[in-house]
Design a protein. Structure first.
Length: 261
């Protein structure tokens, strides 16, 4: 696994280019690590529906969580779990030796998580308040601030960064920075937008990965690495990700950051 420390400017020709030309990873690891094997076992959990399982080859949680340096004894925050697709994987992984927290504002996102929260074995997943201080761009998110939790090892968010306004992104990144212990990791997955392409109705649920790197670094994080495991060469990055021609096969990027020690 590569580990590099690059500035946002240096990845314009590196990260963005690799995301554009790399081939997708295999559907499952050919030689899974012990942690990846544990993930493959969790994917058979009874809480997961046939619809959840149908997305496994596209989302490849075995690669993503391994890339995020996750281990079963970590304290982890998931930002905006919504329907809980990843929560249903994270919760059993962390149940015995770790701890899972989820954070979302009241309203739409909290309501979307209610069904997953009621599933068997999810009672140990702790929902922490979104916060009431700091900036924020309004809308469904409102202000965020310090999350009321002891410092954690890892914070993750999956296909959510594009939802935030610039002000929201700054505040969420700063909240994540504050909640992590020194040396802790911050992992982001999202749908790819072309570099420096302005937002349109067609690409509204996409985000430029170089912009993400720049913004997260501005909140104090160090850029660690990127993964091309969610690269989808057949996605030309011009259609909204919900379009039937793209659907659940949108090109994605995976980025990892670290709070300095």
């Amino acid at each position: 696994m590569r580990t590099t420390r690059l500035s946002a400017l240096s990845v314009v020709a590196g990260t963005a280019a690799t995301l554009l030309i790399a081939s997708p990873a295999p559907a499952q690891p050919a030689n899974p690590t012990p942690f990846q094997q544990r993930i493959l076992e969790v994917l058979r959990d009874d809480n997961r529906t046939p619809e959840d399982r149908a997305r496994d080859p596209n989302r490849q949680p075995w690669d993503t969580l391994e890339f995020f340096r996750m281990r079963e004894d970590m304290r982890v925050i998931e930002i905006l779990p919504a329907g809980g697709w990843y929560t249903k994987i994270l919760a059993p992984l962390l149940r015995e030796d770790g701890k899972l927290y989820v954070v979302h504002p009241p309203g739409f996102y909290a309501d979307a998580f209610a069904e997953a929260a009621a599933l068997p074995g999810m009672e140990e997943v702790e929902q922490i308040g979104w916060g009431a201080t700091g900036g924020g761009g309004g809308g469904p998110f409102g202000p965020s601030g310090r999350w009321d939790v002891e410092p954690v090892d890892l914070i993750v968010t999956f296909r959510n960064y594009h939802n935030f306004s610039p002000a929201d992104r700054m505040t969420v990144n700063e909240s994540a920075f504050d909640a992590l212990k020194p040396g802790g990791y911050y992992g982001i997955v999202d749908h790819t937008r072309r570099h420096m392409e302005p937002g349109t109705q067609a690409n509204g649920r996409r985000v430029d990965p170089v912009l993400v790197i720049k913004e997260v670094q501005e909140s104090g994080f160090e850029f660690v690495d990127f993964s091309d495991s969610l690269r989808r060469p057949n996605d030309e990055l011009v259609l909204e990700v919900g379009n039937p021609e793209v659907s659940d096969r949108a090109d994605g990027f995976t980025l990892l950051f670290q709070k300095p020690e």
